[in-house]
Design a protein around this ligand. Sequence first.
Ligand code: ZN
Length: 144
Amino acid sequence: MSLDELYQELLLDHFKHPRCCGVVPQPDAASALRNPLCGDEVKLSLSIKNGVVSEIAFSGHGCSISQASASMMSDLVKGKTVAAVRQAIRSFQSLMQGNDQLDISTLGDAAALAGVRKFSARIRCALLAWEALENCLGQLEKKN
Ligand code: ZN
């Protein structure tokens, strides 16, 4: 199996069996974003305990890339410190901007989205959930 095929399977697996699906009750931060170009929607909610993402969940609909990315991202950042989450967001954005010098091992399954860069119109789909995550961190900063 080639790396491309492996990545494709991972993407479909997250799309068909999304991780962290749903809504966090009484979240510390929440964000809902749309990608009108593709009709994607991602609603993200999360809770922080002792500086760590204790709970995270998303709901939404749209193309396989947007939903798989939300699933991969949620799965990745659950249990991570806010600082580590910021680092993951930066790494993923950098990956999507075409950086190939990255240590993608820190991105978990989300590294599989590297192939999306070949289709520039879909990069927005992949970034949607991560932008919602960034919004959530912004809300947390305002609270503190
Ligand atoms: Zn899309």
